[in-house]
Write a protein that binds this ligand. Structure first.
Ligand SMILES: [Mg+2]
Length: 395
C-alpha cells in the first residue's frame, strides 16, 4: 500500500487531516482547536510521506519526526502519526489498540477536561458553586480538574495576587505569589474539596508560572486535602522546555502528587522527568508528543519508574478523542484517566460517526472495537462546513 495524498482542512476551528492511499483506505487525524495556522505546516510534510507504505508507521515517522518540536510544532507530526495508525488498523481489520499491543482495559476513565461551566467569580464560594455543577454533570466524572493560580483568572481578579505585572495575550504570567495570593488559592481549593468530599477526586491545573518556593508551599499546604495532582506549576502549556530539576525539588518536598508534560514533544524530552523521578504523574497529549505510539512508549517507561499517567487532551475534539481512547486502552496500570475533550461547535456531533451515545457513562468511555481509530466523517454532513478551498478533501 502507498500513500497518495495528505490533505488538510479546518472544520470549525479544528485542523483535520486525511491521508489517502492507492488501495482506497484513508486515515483521519487532527490537532487542537484554534490551530488553523497549522494547515501549511501540516502540508509541508506531504513531500516526505507520499509513496511510503502507511502501514509501516514507524518507517514513515522516521522521515518526519525530526522536523517537529514542542507544542504547537509537534502537532502536525502527531496528526500524521494518528492518521497512519487509522489506516494501519483499517488495513488489518482491527482496532488500533490491537496494533499497540492490545487492550488492557475495556473502558477508559476520563476526567472532565473541557466539560466546564462559567466561573461567576474567583471567590471560594464561586469555586464551590462551580464544582457543584461539575459534580452534577451527566458524565458522572470520578475526577474533576479546575484551574487555579496562574491557570485561572485569579492573578487579574484578586488584587495584590502576586509580585509581578499582568501581561496580556498568550504571554504567561509568572512571579512570586503574595501571602494573600497563596491564601486565596488555598481557600478556593478547600472550598472545592468541601463540595467533592471523598466521592470525586480533585485535580488542579496551576500554571505555568509559579516559583519553586511557592510551588512547594502550595503543595505542602494542600497535603491534608489529598488532591489528585498539581499540574504544570513551573513549566507547561506552550513552554518549549521542561526544567526537570526544578520539578524534582518540588516533588521530593511534598506528598501532594506533582504533574506535568502536556506540551512536551517526543520521548527524549521526557527522559529527565522520568529518570530523575521529577514528577509523580505525567500528562502527554497524543496530539503534541508525536502520536499515540510515542505516548504508549513514555507510559511504559514512566511505569518502570513509578510515575503515573493522566494524558492531556481537552482541546483535541472528536477525532482526537478516538486517538485518546485507543491509546488509553493499551496503557499499563499506571494509567489514571485522560482529559475528556468536548467538540465545539455542537455540529461536530452531527458529522462524526462511530462514537457511543452517550460518550461518557459513570466517568468512563467504553472502548469500541471498530477497525482503525473507529471514527469517520460523514461526507454529506461534513460538506456543509467544508471551506470552499477544500472542496476536494474527500476525493
Ligand atoms: Mg494543563
Amino acid at each position: 500500500m502507498k500513500i497518495t495524498d495528505l490533505k488538510c482542512t479546518v472544520l470549525g476551528q479544528y485542523p483535520v487531516i486525511r491521508i489517502t492511499t492507492d488501495e482506497g483506505i484513508s486515515g483521519l487525524g487532527g490537532a487542537e482547536i484554534n490551530k488553523h495556522y497549522l494547515k501549511p505546516h501540516i502540508l509541508f510534510y506531504k513531500q516526505y510521506i507520499v509513496d511510503e507504505d502507511p502501514t509501516d508507521v514507524e518507517r514513515v515517522m522516521l522521515k518526519i519526526r525530526r522536523l517537529g518540536s514542542f507544542k504547537p510544532w509537534g502537532s502536525s507530526v502527531s496528526a500524521i502519526e494518528t492518521a497512519l495508525w487509522d489506516i494501519a488498523g483499517k488495513a488489518a481489520g482491527v482496532p488500533v489498540y490491537k496494533l499497540l499491543g492490545g487492550k488492557v482495559r475495556d473502558k477508559a476513565r476520563v476526567y472532565n477536561g473541557s466539560v466546564r461551566f462559567e466561573l461567576k467569580g474567583v471567590s471560594p464560594e464561586d469555586h464551590a458553586a462551580d464544582m457543584a455543577k461539575m459534580k452534577a454533570a451527566r458524565e458522572g466524572f470520578t475526577i474533576i480538574k479546575q484551574g487555579i493560580a496562574f491557570h485561572s483568572p485569579m492573578p487579574r481578579a484578586v488584587p495584590g495576587f502576586f509580585y509581578g505585572e499582568i501581561r496580556e495575550g498568550i504571554i504567561t504570567n509568572r512571579g512570586s505569589l503574595t501571602e494573600r495570593g497563596l491564601k486565596h488559592t488555598i481557600a478556593c481549593v478547600e472550598a472545592m474539596k468541601e463540595v467533592l468530599g471523598d466521592e470525586v477526586g480533585l485535580a488542579l491545573d496551576c500554571g505555568p508560572g509559579l516559583t519553586v518556593p511557592d510551588a512547594i508551599r502550595l503543595a505542602k499546604a494542600l497535603e491534608p486535602l489529598n488532591v489528585m495532582w498539581l499540574e504544570d506549576m513551573i513549566t507547561g502549556d506552550y513552554i518549549p522546555y521542561v526544567l526537570a530539576d526544578l520539578y524534582r525539588d518540588v516533588t521530593v518536598s511534598t506528598s501532594t502528587p506533582i504533574h506535568t508534560g502536556e506540551q512536551i514533544y517526543l520521548r527524549q524530552n521526557f527522559k529527565d522527568l522520568i529518570e530523575k523521578r521529577a514528577v509523580d504523574i505525567s500528562g502527554p497529549d497524543p496530539y503534541d508528543i508525536g502520536g499515540i505510539a510515542e505516548l504508549k512508549w513514555v507510559a511504559e517507561y514512566a511505569d518502570l519508574h513509578g510515575i503515573l499517567m493522566a494524558p492531556h487532551g481537552t482541546a483535541n475534539g472528536l477525532i482526537g478523542l478516538a486517538a485518546l481512547v485507543q491509546v488509553s486502552a493499551t496503557l499499563p496500570e499506571n494509567y489514571i484517566a485522560f482529559e475528556y475533550p468536548v467538540a465545539r461547535p455542537k455540529w461536530w456531533y452531527d458529522i462524526v460517526e462511530g462514537l457511543p451515545d452517550p460518550i461518557v457513562s459513570d466517568g468512563f468511555i467504553d472502548v469500541w472495537d471498530t477497525p482503525g481509530m473507529g471514527v469517520e466523517l460523514n461526507e454529506e454532513a461534513t460538506r456543509k462546513y467544508l471551506p470552499e478551498e477544500d472542496a476536494d478533501f474527500f476525493d
